[in-house]
Design a protein around this ligand. Structure first.
Ligand code: PLP
Length: 394
């Protein structure tokens, strides 16, 4: 359906992203010739990897997707399973939300809602705003962001420096007409050539993962995937990837929702569909939900189960991934890795479990690596003693 700029996204994942045997022959399909290597100096594995890397992509949009699928070595050894993380932090805007941002904009273009010079409006305090800021700049649109005024100045500054017009508004509940999402919708309705992209209930978000994330995972594992798990914010990633993997495997891939404290979806699923009031909170950002969004609704019935992951486990995994794997991950990614480990333990040795590494820890470092913040959150003791030397901020 989406044609513009998605050639690389919808193309089969390149050989460089597939799980490779230890030695493989360099592919001749690369756009660039392999580097010349002196005959006396046989090519190293690294040279072969470079020679089969992707060719040129078209701008920011062309660089979205086809992220590596990273085998987490320590957790794989520990569980006797293959634990694989989709490295979404490698998207050009730095998170999994680049995919959704691109799809909601392309969807608005295709539906004739957005023409050159138009305005995109969204309610977001996080990665979707960052993804949209890049996509809008790359495609020639203005971006207006509404967010609750409880968000840090750092987030406002970041979106402004990326070119967005930012409106921090009082933090009120969704059923209040002054909620930031409703204000975003009204702003779009007031303007010509403007669209409220509505990431929570616009299913172009879910479609990004049906058409890109799911097929990439299937291709990268050569169809050898037993389970998939991740947390939900809008639900686009979980729903779309689950839909694709269920369809392509004839229902064989087991899919699990991973929930942080303060989200209602684990209890919704385990109670057979009872929606309770939200209570509690989590240190994770971008995930946790109080309702079944339109993105999640069509696929929630496909799920095989759900897990709830305590903040103590997520924060410890932030530190483990850094120390053991060299991966500097945000807390939602770490929660997903804990969920993948728990799913692997439930399935038993010999299975392949895939999860999402949503973003890096860069935007969260002042909290996740601060002694004061960890102490205030009563999480300092959750960090294993041998990893506490990473807590370098006061
Ligand atoms: C850091 C992070 N992780 C996970 C998610 C959840 O992704 P989705 O909205 O597709 O459920 C988000 C969404 O904003 C996010 O910012």
């Amino acid at each position: 359906m989406f044609r513009t700029g998605l050639r690389r996204l919808t193309a089969a994942a390149p050989a460089s992203n597939a799980i490779r045997p230890a030695f493989f022959s360099a592919s001749a399909s690369s756009s660039f010739a392999a580097p010349v290597v002196a005959a006396a100096n046989p090519p190293s594995q690294h040279t072969l990897d470079v020679s089969s890397a992707l060719g040129v992509v078209d701008g920011f949009v062309g660089a979205i997707g086809n992220t590596p699928l990273v085998r987490l070595r320590h957790l794989s050894e520990q569980t006797g399973c293959e634990i694989l993380g989709k490295a979404e932090f490698a998207n050009p805007g730095g998170s999994v939300k680049d995919r959704a941002a691109l799809y909601v904009v392309l969807d608005a273009e295709e539906r004739g809602l957005l023409k050159p010079g138009g305005t995109v409006i969204e309610g977001t305090a996080g990665n979707t705003g960052i993804g949209l800021a890049h996509v809008c700049a790359a495609r020639g649109y203005k971006l207006v962001i509404y967010m609750p005024d409880t968000q840090s100045q750092g987030k406002i500054d970041l979106l402004r420096l990326l070119g967005a017009e930012v409106h921090p508004v009082p933090a009120v509940a969704f059923d209040n007409p002054m909620n930031y999402n409703h204000q975003a919708a009204r702003h779009a309705a007031r303007l010509d050539n403007a669209v409220w992209t509505n990431q929570f209930d616009n299913t172009a978000n879910r479609r990004a993962h049906i058409e890109t994330t799911g097929p990439e995972i299937w291709k990268q594992t050569a169809g050898r995937v037993d389970a998939f798990t991740c947390a939900t914010g809008t639900g686009g990633t979980l729903a779309g990837t689950t839909r694709y993997l269920k369809d392509v495997s004839g229902g064989k891939v087991q899919c699990f929702l991973a929930d942080p404290p303060g989200s209602v979806l684990h209890s919704y699923l385990s109670s057979g569909g009872k929606l309770v009031e939200r209570s509690g909170s989590s240190i994770t950002e971008g995930i946790g939900q109080g309702r079944v969004t339109d993105n999640l609704q069509p696929d929630i019935g496909l799920l095989d189960g759900s897990l709830t992951i305590a903040d103590e486990k997520s924060i410890a995994m932030v530190y483990r991934c850094l120390a053991e794997e060299g991966l500097y991950l945000g807390a939602s990614s770490a929660l997903n890795v804990v969920a993948a480990k728990e799913v692997a333990e439930k399935l038993g040795r010999g299975h392949t479990v895939v999860t999402i590494l949503c973003d890096g820890a860069y935007r969260y470092a002042d909290r996740l690596f601060s002694r004061k913040w960890l102490t205030d959150k009563k999480l300092i003791d959750a960090i294993p003693a041998e990893l506490q030397h990473h807590i370098v901020l006061p």
